[in-house]
Design a binder for this molecule. Structure first.
Ligand code: GDP
Ligand code: MG
Length: 598
């Protein structure tokens, strides 16, 4: 039977409330790693994560803790990503646990993602231990936050732990609470193997390695395992635990958290949420909740230099090895040449991949504006899904277009309610309802087109509420809408990579603004370049880029040679991110211009 000395738990929190800092403290306090090792090993996992202060990838670590009762416990901390883009991953890692620490910033109180995460934890029947963090801050108001926890979430907060992940206050109490309040795993060692994949990693020697939580049964070297979603079978060559390095152990059994290696070549075969069973003695039913990652946002990625196409392809292949939710396929653009259409879980996921391509692989890429997936009901009865605006059929072939809508929750101090309503109005939102969660804070529920969230929603939300609003959203479904395709023409030619889908009411102002913006962004060429925005054959806006004066360099003749060199270098630098489209050079900014216009 599963060991009574095991506790599997997660930490859930709104971003910046101190989850990572607290995790580090727990690791340090249990002597799992020294402070120095901690810095080197845990935090260095991903530069990007560090810089942006977000948690991207799940990780697990086993803590050995000698409790007040004198017994030694194995505490498995399963980390969850802290962003809405990854809510499915969050839900699967929570499903691997029996309990969760709910960390709430003592000065900020409950935010939209605190709530979203709590709901996921409750759905998974977890024991929730409220931790009020940052009580060292002068602005900390633990009593107010306790009240919020009780009133908004409905949890008893009388025994909430007051902590400071910064100073270490409350850490011992947290560890005791994990031991005493989180139930030990239940499960049957002798039943057929049933293990949940909550993450996976690619290792160049051992292949794709699923991170698993065993619910029933055992697994060890030589076990023939079967992935229940695909039926694929692999032989296990190693089982191990996270200390936090991968450390081999003889066997994993019910209740354990660890990894298995088995010459699995492709991370696509180790899907988060899938159930691993024994091929010779299979569980009759997989664990509930599995679903395939769905891409919500798509964009085109093209090498600036055509010769870098193969390198870009290699890089995407490598990134996909570690990230089964990254989708890509070949795409050809009349304007940009050969590249890839890529699908992402959300905007943040997209930005992370773009940055990694540039930073880790040193690639120069052109990214087209992100698009959602439109459902097009054609006049002939066919239904198609379009993730690239350039491929939208002509108006005559379309009966109707549907777009993805989300159910969004915005939490703000009440003085910003007006600002949020205005923003959501502009974003074609439908008001659902509004609740006062305390006297001064409000939760607003809206239905919003996903495409409007992609278009500059976060920045607007933050700037209009001085950073006080928090957002959470989940896909609700498709809804018919009056959408049309807007094309951009340079020198009379449509640039397919600049086409976008827009609501009819916004087509004119957006087209107008975009051509104005493009006029400023596209550098002068040797000849005059007209820029036009068109719906079908109807031009709705036009601007002209004047021809370049030929004396840019002439000015420098006879003058300072270093000044001339600087000018040339500057031009070269600028060129890097330029794409030659027909006879016109277009900078990267132009492709993203459509995103920031309102
Ligand atoms: P996460 O996004 O939830 O992982 O939050 P982090 O652990 O990255 O913390 C966000 C910020 O809050 C960082 O600048 C931390 O140094 C700071 N922080 C975390 N815990 C505390 C605390 O107990 N007291 C204070 N004053 N700052 C804290
Ligand atoms: Mg973090």
């Amino acid at each position: 039977q599963a060991s009574s000395k095991i506790r599997n738990f997660s930490i859930i929190a709104h971003i910046d409330h101190g989850k990572s800092t607290l995790a580090d403290r727990l690791i340090e306090h249990t002597g799992t790693l020294s402070a120095r090792e901690l810095k080197e090993q845990v935090l260095d996992s991903m530069d990007l994560e560090r810089e942006r202060g977000i948690t991207i990838k799940l990780q697990a670590v086993r803590l050995k803790y000698k409790a007040a009762d004198g017994e030694i416990y194995e505490l498995n901390l399963i980390d969850t990503p802290g962003h809405v883009d990854f809510s499915y991953e969050v839900s699967r890692s929570l499903a691997a646990c029996e309990g969760a620490l709910l960390v709430v910033d003592a000065a900020q109180g409950i935010e939209a993602q605190t709530l979203a995460n709590v709901y996921l934890a409750l759905e998974n029947n977890l024991e929730i231990i409220p931790v009020i963090n940052k009580i060292d801050l002068p602005s900390a108001e633990p009593d107010r936050v306790k009240k919020e926890i009780e009133e908004i979430i409905g949890l008893d907060a009388s025994d909430a732990i007051l902590a400071s992940a910064k100073s270490g206050q409350g850490v011992e109490e947290i560890l005791e609470a994990i031991v005493n309040r989180v139930p030990p795993p239940q499960g049957d060692d002798s039943a057929p193997l049933k293990a949940l994949i909550f993450d996976s990693k690619f290792d160049s020697y051992r292949g794709a390695i699923p991170y698993i939580r065993l619910f029933d049964g055992k697994v060890s070297k030589g076990t023939s395992i079967k992935m229940m979603s695909t039926g694929k079978i692999f032989e296990v060559i190693e089982t191990g635990v996270f200390t936090p390095e991968m450390t081999p152990v003889q066997e994993l059994k019910a209740g354990n958290v660890g990894y298995i290696a088995g010459s699995i070549k492709n991370v696509g075969d180790t899907r988060v949420g899938d159930t691993v069973t024994d091929a010779r003695n299979s569980a009759p039913m997989p664990l509930p909740g599995y679903r395939k990652a769905v891409s919500m946002v798509f964009c085109g990625l093209y090498p600036v230099e055509t010769s870098e196409y193969d390198r870009l392809k290699d890089a995407l292949e490598k990134l996909q090895l570690n990230d089964a939710s990254l989708m890509y396929e070949n795409e050809t653009s009349a304007a940009l040449g050969f590249g890839f259409r890529c699908g992402f879980l959300g905007l943040l996921h997209m930005e992370i991949i773009q940055e990694r391509l540039e930073r880790e692989f040193g690639l120069n890429i052109i990214t087209t504006a992100p698009s959602v997936v439109y459902k097009v009901n054609k006049a002939d009865g066919e239904v198609i899904y379009i993730d690239n605006p350039a491929l939208m059929p002509s108006a005559g072939e379309i009966a109707s277009i549907e777009e993805p809508v989300v159910r969004a929750t915005v939490m703000v101090p009440s003085e910003y309610v007006g600002a949020i309503m205005e923003l959501n109005q502009e974003k074609r939102g439908t008001f659902v309802n509004m609740e006062y969660i305390t006297e001064t804070r409000v939760s607003l529920h809206y239905e919003l087109p996903l495409s409007e969230i992609v278009y500059d929603y976060f920045d607007q939300l933050k700037s209009r509420t001085k950073g006080f609003a928090s957002l959470d959203y989940a896909l609700k479904g498709y809804k018919e809408s009056d959408l049309i395709k807007l094309d951009i023409m340079l020198s009379g030619e449509i640039v397919d990579a600049l086409s976008f889908i827009v609501h009819k009411d916004k087509a004119y102002p957006r087209g107008r603004k975009l051509v104005e913006k493009l006029r400023k962004l596209i550098p002068r060429q040797m000849f005059e370049v007209p820029i036009q925005a068109a719906i079908g054959t109807r031009v709705i806006a036009r601007e002209t880029i004047q021809a370049m004066r030929k004396d840019v360099l002439a000015k420098c003749y006879g003058g300072d040679i270093s000044r001339k060199r600087k000018l040339l270098e500057k031009q070269k630098e600028g060129k890097k991110r330029m794409k030659q489209v027909g006879s016109v050079e277009i900078p990267q900014d132009a492709f993203m211009a459509v995103l920031k216009m309102d």
